[in-house]
Design a protein. Structure first.
Length: 247
């Protein structure tokens, strides 16, 4: 790996002018806002060096059923591993993928878009069933679902870059190495991000807006926006991209 200064210069030389960058921890089959963030930038970085957080979106997400919202959780080993980074988290039950696909088939088999996307989604579950690490599983679904949605943004790993300093300094360093003109962040980072450091480095900060999404043909009312992207895909099929803001 190049020293920071050299990596900085090389990345800036290779990056297109006005590059927009987002840096986010990987999530399991995340909601549509996550994919909107990917679609709205030029480079998307999975922050797999960040500490794994329990009972969070790293290894689980929600689907909509006739009985309300239900969690799908990838079982992982966490006992005694409270400080491990996301990239080190391993799976505790190899049968999880088959179980999740059976659950999706049960609850979405009558959805309007099921026939159109089920073969591709089933293939994603089948192909990832033997993976041992959560980061690999999340990356597999992100790239596969991006393809279904027609999103072409390249995905990088934070472990490919030099990481130094506190939380904001690390984010800034990644943006500098990637030649960012704009850092696009989710709104929850407002509580800790020091925008002045970005301003001093000549990098603009933009906050993602997750409001005012249109409703789609969700099987079971009342409508719920905050569910996995698979809910959009299985309900709307090939029309799913139309329900993102970056269509």
């Amino acid at each position: 790996m190049l020293p920071l200064g050299h990596a900085d210069a090389a990345a800036r030389a290779a990056a297109p002018r006005g590059t927009r960058v987002a840096v986010v921890q990987s999530n399991y089959i995340p909601w549509k806002g996550y994919f909107d963030l990917i679609a709205g930038v030029d480079v998307f970085v999975l922050y797999d060096d960040a500490q794994y957080t329990r009972r969070d979106w790293r290894n689980r997400n929600r689907i909509k059923t006739a009985h309300g919202v239900q969690w799908l959780t990838v079982p992982v080993q966490v006992t005694g591993k409270y400080l491990q980074p996301v990239r080190e988290v391993v799976i505790s039950d190899p049968g999880w993928a088959a179980t999740h696909w059976r659950t999706l088939t049960h609850h979405y088999g009558k959805a309007a878009g099921f026939a159109a996307v089920a073969p591709a989604l089933e293939g994603l579950y089948r192909d990832v069933a033997a993976s041992q690490r959560l980061s690999e599983i999340n990356h597999h679904f992100l790239t596969g679902i991006n393809k279904l949605l027609g999103i072409t943004t390249p995905i990088r790993w934070s472990s490919e870059l030099e990481l130094m300093g506190d939380r904001t300094e690390r984010l800034l360093g990644m943006c500098r190495q990637l030649g960012a003109a704009t850092y696009v962040s989710g709104p929850t980072a407002r509580g800790y991000l020091d925008e002045r450091l970005f301003q001093d480095a000549g990098i603009a900060v933009e906050w993602a807006d997750y409001s005012a999404y249109p409703e789609y043909r969700q099987l079971h009312p009342p409508f719920e926006h905050h569910v996995s992207i698979v809910d959009v895909l299985l309900n709307e099929g090939t029309n799913a991209r139309q329900f993102l803001k970056h269509a």
